[in-house]
Every structure is written in structure tokens, then in C-alpha cells.
Ligand binder design. Sequence first.
Ligand SMILES: Cc1cc2nc3c(=O)[nH]c(=O)nc-3n(C[C@H](O)[C@H](O)[C@H](O)COP(=O)(O)OP(=O)(O)OC[C@H]3O[C@@H](n4cnc5c(N)ncnc54)[C@H](O)[C@@H]3O)c2cc1C
Length: 410
Amino acid sequence: MHSRTDHDGRLVVVGASVAGLRAVEAVRQAGFDGTVTLIGAEPHLPYNRPPLSKEFLRADVDAKAPYFHSEDSLRSGLGVDLRLGMPATALCVNSRTITVGEEEIPYTATVLATGASARTLPGSSQLRGVHTLRTLDDARDIRAALVPGVRLVVVGAGFVGAEVAFTARAMGADVTVLEVAQTPLVRAVGEEMGAALGGLLSRSGITLRCGTAVETIEGIGRVESVRLADGSILPADLVVVGIGAAPATGWLTASGLELDDGVVCDRYLRTGAPGVYAAGDLARWFNPVLDRTVRLEHWTTAAEQGALAARNAVDPAAAKQCSTVPYFWSDWGEHRIQFVGLPHADEVSVVVGDADSEGFLALYRRDERVIGALGLNQRRAIMRLRTAIAGRATWAEACADVREPVRARR
Ligand SMILES: Cc1cc2nc3c(=O)[nH]c(=O)nc-3n(C[C@H](O)[C@H](O)[C@H](O)COP(=O)(O)OP(=O)(O)OC[C@H]3O[C@@H](n4cnc5c(N)ncnc54)[C@H](O)[C@@H]3O)c2cc1C
């Protein structure tokens, strides 16, 4: 363990989700014995978001709320001063305080981990039956409405929308996914592989309509239909709007921190203010392995960053860089999609299986290097490729490495 410079200070973590929780766990594991305060806007104990668009939505499965810890294990086990159900509303970097309700909570170091909130379609949220999916409460509402035969329209063919579509289809819903772009998931996986994943949606009994913009969502009191930009009308009992998320920086507007689609940080996840770090979906940081500034919305990065930011915050003399190859997964029914690296490639080549099959591996080349990989039901290959990309493997090396050994796997 490193020498600790601030072991009797007060660490305040804002945002009680995966990044915030990992922050708390990491400093306790590192032996920090000062006060740790965890502030969460939602009334719930910290919970895991990925299951919310997957098995938790299935009313036919006895799904428990995916809490990470009991209240007792947080308060007594980890010694956390837990403040749930009220948002932080301000950060003052001069007085080193965070405002929650009437209280000004002092910090010696703080980790900001307020994540992101779902984007909404203007003018539709007041109708019953129209939902976004970001929180446990959102998932509970959708779960209650997902009954066999329900006509579900998902607006946006992103990963969360696609997962909802698959889960709903398995529940016997009649599912249409609307996507304004000509190909789904282009920003995440590029044109060719976006088309391949769109094919998987279509082959699974889900109606995918690309190049289709939503004009309005209509109904009296509750949703009845979705009017499309071409004038056609799609009847709907339930609408899930999955058009992405925006970093939850609103409460930091007056803080003086640099905000630019997230809280701007250096490679150590430090903001410009002393003792103030950021992590997870909120953080836009300089990622040395990519040699550029990025903000990711991936569970693994949020977990890694929460732990790293907190250790750096309480022991700045031993601070480590946050250098990580992006990784995410998405479960579409039984299918596991995984992506590592970046999709901005000169060439994408399917090296295992076929892009229109239920199992393939594609590599992304930029100049002579492998920069990304997409796997459909190729679990172990992807993790090896994450290491290869981190090690700046050449395209030839990566191709040789994956071709034979991974062929048989699902
Ligand atoms: C439905 C769903 C499914 C997903 N599935 C996958 C997946 O399969 N694979 C994958 O890689 N990623 C997935 N993700 C993304 C992943 O869950 C996120 O990247 C991760 O949750 C980010 O963690 P975070 O702690 O940074 O932020 P968040 O999880 O967004 O949490 C931020 C927390 O801060 C709280 N908060 C906000 N403002 C304040 C405030 N002012 N004061 C106090 N608290 C505040 C919020 O209430 C929230 O609890 C999924 C996301 C969703 C929504």
C-alpha cells in the first residue's frame, strides 16, 4: 500500500452508482480511515444499471432490484456516511464544500460521479406510457407495462433500446424500433457492423425502421400512437425513448470547473480545482492510451475510474493515470455483443464467422494498427484483443492471433 498523505481527511463522493460505489470501496481497501460521505440523489441504495434493460424488465422472472450492497454493509462494513434521496446542488471550490439541501458538507477531497441522465423527446414526457430508461424507477414502470401482446415502440436503435426490444420480444410484445439514421449504432460500431447488428434485430422478430424520424407522440392522457415525419402513424401502447444520455453537470454550472460535455479532467482524473476529481459517465478525461480526450458511457470504465479517482484523491502523491481501452458489452436476449477500442477505422474485416450469422468477430484497422474489435458471441477473444490494443499490436499480429484459436467459441 502507498503511503497516505490524507488518511484522516474527508472524502465526499457525489453520485451513488457504480463509479461512486467503487470510489468508496477502493479507498477503504487502500486503508483510508478518514470520513467517507456518499451522496446520492435517488432514494435507493446504490444499484447496478445494466440489468435494468435486460432480465429485470421481465415480469415473468422473479427479478430482485440489483443493489450492490445492503445498507448495513455500506454503513457498518465500509463505514460510509450515506446521504441518499437528495441531490447535491452546488460545489464551492474555494470553501471546499458541497451543498445538499440546507447543509454545506466540507471535503478535503471529492470525487464527482453524478453520471448521466436520459435524453427526452420534447413534448412527450407528460403522456402516460412514454418512458426513458435510466433509473430503477424507470425500469419498474416499464416492467409493469411489458405484458404479452403490448405494442411497444422503441425510439432510437442504441444499445439500451435494442436490449429493451429483445427483452420485450421475449415477453411476447409486438416491437418496432425506430431509428433516424440509415443504419443503427453507427457512432458506436461504424457503418458495416451497425448494419450487421441491425440484421440481428430484424431476424429476431423485431421490426426495425431506419431513416425514420418521429414527429410527435400522440394520445389523450396516455400514449396511443407515434406520428412519423413522413406522416404515417404507428399505434402504440408503450413507448421507450432511448436516444442517449447527457452528462449530469447541471449542478456544477456555477462551480467554475471546466465543463464541456462532461467535467473536464486530466489523465489522473483531476479537474482544475484542488482536491476535485471526476469519474464515470460524467468525466471527460485525457486517456493516454488513445492519446485524446474522451467521455465514455460504459460500465467497466465507470467502475475503473471510480476506484482510481478516489485512490488518487486521497493519495495524490501516488496518483496513477487513467489509461484504458474502451470496452462495453450489450446483451440482446441470449446474444452477447462486445466492443473494445474505437470504431473510426480505415477497414473493418470479419475474421471469424460471417457478419450475417449469430457469431462473428470483426477487427478494425487504422493505418497498420488494430484499433477496435466487435464480437457477437465471442467472449474470450474480445478480452485478448483489449490487451492487444492496449499494447499497440499491429493489424497483422491481431489477425494472426485471433483467427484460429477463437473460431469454435460462443
Ligand atoms: C439501462 C442501462 C443499461 C446499461 N447496460 C450496459 C451494459 O450492458 N454494458 C455497459 O458497458 N454499460 C451499460 N450501461 C451503462 C452503464 O450503466 C453506465 O456507464 C454506468 O452506470 C455509469 O456509472 P456512473 O456511476 O458514472 O453514473 P450513473 O450510473 O449515471 O450514476 C450516477 C448517479 O448519480 C446520481 N446523481 C445525479 N445527479 C446527482 C446530484 N446532483 N447529486 C447526487 N447524486 C446525483 C444519479 O441519481 C445516479 O444514481 C447501461 C446503462 C443503462 C441506463
